[in-house]
Design a protein around this ligand. Structure first.
Ligand code: NAD
Length: 246
């Protein structure tokens, strides 16, 4: 057993919850953060060993509270998983500024704010950051002007942080998931998109939350002690083929 502590944002469901459960299985102290208080309370009721914090990662004051509450509970921080994300799809002409800002506020501002706030605590343990981007940040396709741009920026943010935090021993990596049947994806994946993914992915299927969690926990752990500044696509081979999407 380890005394290590991890914060997973957006962990009231989906990939974040699967990651929180795998960290628990591996003996970590786990802090889950989510702005959906109802879902968070349900998850916490079934897992009394973790700390659940109802914060919004796009708000600097709430991010400061997240770190304060974590350190008061665990006394240390060894890893941060920036998983909270939103998806809104549509053609460029329909992406008004409010939609653009909603997507950027969580997907990009949230990653920047949480990482910056946690840097000192992570340096104290020579810890790690794992950001969750997307294959939509690796390759452009229609309907994803805000989402894809936010995720491409997360990939660059990963590299910027890795370049700067290496000297204090903090590793920073990124996972780029392919499609997973979560609430986020199923709200924006039309049947046409689902069929196209099945055709374009060499493994011919969506991934599971658990398959993503395995990569996230690996990158957060000592097992990846010489890995930093990297993007790991966990996507059934989608990015390697170059096949297009609608
Ligand atoms: P999900 O909707 O199941 O879970 C996301 C969670 O984040 C939700 O519980 C939501 O309440 C929370 N959240 C959103 N905005 C927040 C904020 N500002 N502050 C705090 N919590 C917030 O989605 P998921 O599919 O599990 O997505 C997890 C991550 O994986 C996201 O970053 C997403 O972009 C990325 N991703 C998902 C897929 C996919 O196909 N599911 C593909 C590529 C990337």
């Amino acid at each position: 057993m380890t005394e290590k502590c991890v914060i997973v944002t957006g962990a009231a469901r989906g990939i974040g919850l699967a990651s929180a459960d795998l960290f628990r299985e591996e003996g970590w102290k786990v802090v889950i953060v989510d702005r959906d208080r109802g879902a968070l309370d349900e998850v916490a009721a079934a897992r009394p060993d973790l700390l659940a914090l109802p914060h919004d990662v796009s708000d600097p004051d709430q991010v400061a509270a997240m770190l304060r509450d974590t350190l008061a509970w665990a006394g240390r921080l060894d890893a941060l998983v920036n998983n909270a994300g939103v998806a809104e799809f549509g053609p460029i002409r329909d992406c008004d500024f409010a939609m653009w800002r909603r997507v950027m506020a969580t997907n990009l501002d949230g990653v920047f704010l949480c990482s910056q706030a946690c840097t000192e605590a992570l340096a104290a343990t020579r810890g790690a950051i794992v950001n969750i981007a997307s294959i939509s940040g690796l390759r452009a396709s229609t309907l994803r002007v805000a989402y894809g741009t936010s995720k491409a920026a997360v990939i660059q943010l990963t590299k910027q942080y890795a370049a700067e935090l290496g000297e204090v021993g903090v590793r920073v990596n990124c996972v780029a998931p392919g499609p997973v049947r979560t609430k986020l994806a199923m709200a924006v994946h039309s049947q046409e998109i689902i069929d196209a993914y099945h055709d374009a992915i060499p493994l011919n299927r969506y991934g599971s939350e658990r398959e993503l969690a395995e990569a996230i926990v690996f990158l957060a752990s000592e097992r990846a002690s010489y890995v930093t500044g990297q993007v790991l696509a966990v996507d059934g081979g989608f990015d390697s083929t170059g096949v297009g999407l609608p």
